[in-house]
Design a protein around this ligand. Sequence first.
Ligand code: PHE
Length: 362
Amino acid sequence: MSAGVTQSLERLIEGWSGEAVVARFDRPTGTWIFIALHDTSLGPAVGGCRMKTYPSPQDGLRDAMRLAEGMTYKWAGIGFPFGGGKSVLAVPRPLTGDAREGLLRRFGRLLDTLRGTYVTGEDLGTTPEDMSIIAEETSYVHARPGELLDPGPYTALGVFAGIEAAVRAAGVNGGEIEGLRVLVQGVGDVGAPLARMLAKRGAEVLLADLDERRAAVLAEEIGATAVPADEVYATPCDVYAPCAVGATLNPGTAEELRCAIVAGSANNQLDSPRVADRLAQRGIVYVPDYIVNAGGATALPMVAEGADEDRIRERVLRVGDVVSEILARAAEGECTPAAAADARVRETLDAAAGGRVRLSVS
Ligand code: PHE
């Protein structure tokens, strides 16, 4: 975490711009459960569930709050009628087996008592299997009992479309994917399918993961090059695709990066809004995270509505159109892409508040 001082839970809640926080301590596993509801002006809060070990419960709550805010922006960005929410299961250590299942079931029953105020889904640290366990306790989850639904490949497809759009807009590598040097950081649920897509289309793929074996195995499979995790920022590339934890764009890495474009799936990539300005000064195009990583959020409600696969993919690919629009707006308005995207979100939120738009899924 970047903030040096640990704030109390009370201070964090007092200082937050969101609507509400639901908190529970799960005694059997020693887990703090936080559900952060940021802004429900577009609809009920929907957002994934992160399971992670944090240095303190406060760090878990802060993450939930920042992630919930990101979801408000993500839903407004794609124009779906949902609000920003996110949950964090701040586990004291990695949980497996019965302990994990017990926690997920109790979390599912807690969601059920909220009666749809918040709907959950997969996020970093949770799996489609976890979601299908939660679905045995509540219907307020993007999953069904006994069925596995993985948003990762859809998120990856959206990031791919976003990279294509950004490369074209910035004129990098002649606007082509073939021969484009892309560094994918994190080869998990999104990074791995993204890397496969890029390699298939002839990009020169570089892979990094904290688990260096995992990066090496995938590199071998797709003909990519593994890069040590601590060399990610200084490695020259056309596109840096952060697909792991957030806050990798900070005052230090903003100086170190040797790429033309940043476009990846991680939520909350900017450690602070100022970093976006510094990247722009250095001539690096930062594609706002909540725009380029919206593929999974696009797909989940469409799957729930029974949309067919072709329609879902077509809608996810529109992430590329939104990226083009935002980069064009930034160029016209002489502002950063982050500022252009934020302005677009505010327009949507204001229009919804004023009753001037009716949003729907698809
Ligand atoms: N956690 C993923 C994301 O942040 C996928 C997801 C989207 C899960 C929406 C639930 C709801 O985009």
